[in-house]
Design a binder for this molecule. Sequence first.
Ligand code: PHE
Length: 479
Amino acid sequence: MQENKRGQWGSTFGFLMASIGSAIGLGNLWGFPYKMGSSGGFAFLVVYLILVVLAGVALMMGEFALGRKTGTGVGAYAALSKKYRVIGWMAAFCPFLILSFYAVLAGMTLRYCVGFLVQIFGADGFAGQGSSFFGFLLYDSKSMVLFLALAMIVTMVVVMGGIQGGIEKFSKAVMPALGVILIGIIIFVAMQPGAIEGYKFMFKPDFSVFADPKSFFNVLKTASGQMFFSLSLAMGINITFGSYLSKDKSIQKNAVIVPFSDTLFALLAGMMIMPACAAFGVDYGQGPGLLFASMQKVFLDGMGGTVGNVVGFLFYFLVFIAAITSSIALLEVCTSSVVDRQLRKGKEPNRKKISLVFAIAIFIVGLPAALDALGSGGAALKAPFELLGLEIGGSGYAMWNDCWLDFYDMITEGVLMPLGALLMSLLLGWGLPNLVKDECEEDGKPFRGAAYFKFAFRFLIPVIMVIVLATQIQSFFNL
Ligand code: PHE
């Protein structure tokens, strides 16, 4: 169904699958467990869940409404008024920068997938390193660049196909399959001796990290960044998706289903990885390598043999696809922002060429994140802290100068996204207070919880965002 040059969703199911497909990805499987692992376990989980319920749902609803109202992607802000244009620019820059490190990680999952595939046929897929392969891969510049390039190419090819053909088909089968394999691995890990400590870390009430108020704010900052990242908020993605949603579909319902499913997958990933760390002696707080390090132990040392190789292959295959459904969303926002701009100017956009140019630029910006061994030191390219001659400060928390990935992460989920969310909330709370309500009622049903959302947009979200930004500034300057 092509109603105009931009296209529309064939069904609510397709819309949901694409937005859930964009939400569920490495943020859930890679980001959530490692951030929880280095930020206090249970305490992090509680703060995260509160943020999703209080702020995440409202922000998502606001974005869907903005997109459908204006019928455009990040151009939504400019379409409302020229003075809001800057929010749109910020939102368009985030996906660009995020994709540049996201594709590095997606490439790594592909490398593991290929490794296990090779092992199934009896060869050694992990360069003789077995379960310590992660430390080896980080310094293997050729592979890092090759797999980054492959991840970008796959993403680009899908985006070139256009919204309907590209995204919808891709997403439908993968999420359920990923859920099934996660549950299977969770059951296996649960049976390993010592796994119970992992559940305790995650679910046993323990707020001891908050003894130091500074840690509280750090956990809040980390959890808020994770929420933006995982729900794909504040970067025009859901605005773009909303713009493809027809008027008779419920914004409210979808703005609850998407965060709910996303959080469910994050919890599953946590329940797989934390007990695995406990059972196989992996440090919860080891940072961005946690997923790879812990799962390698599960597949090679725990399951072992052909079973381990086959499950490892399937797992990474699905994780890679889940990462790709997110990365196509990221590239799609970049691409559609230019497509829409050209349509507005009455030009005939060349979608393929635009995707290609973005893909190349993102690949280049991603190179530092692929080459600095995540700041482990002495890599092909120096990490920011090495370049600047700084120490890595703070214990347990990712610092912006750790590595290029954390630096990009800090700019996006640490600064631009909370800032974007702050401005958007103020706009929806004070500037255009009826927009969300009117748009949500287009499907003929009353807008429930109107008073709460008004409060959230006017006060609650702005206050949380200001605190998050202040903490970010404080930790950036190491005050
Ligand atoms: N939410 C995705 C994830 O959790 C990442 C993403 C961010 C995708 C922004 C699209 C936009 O992996």
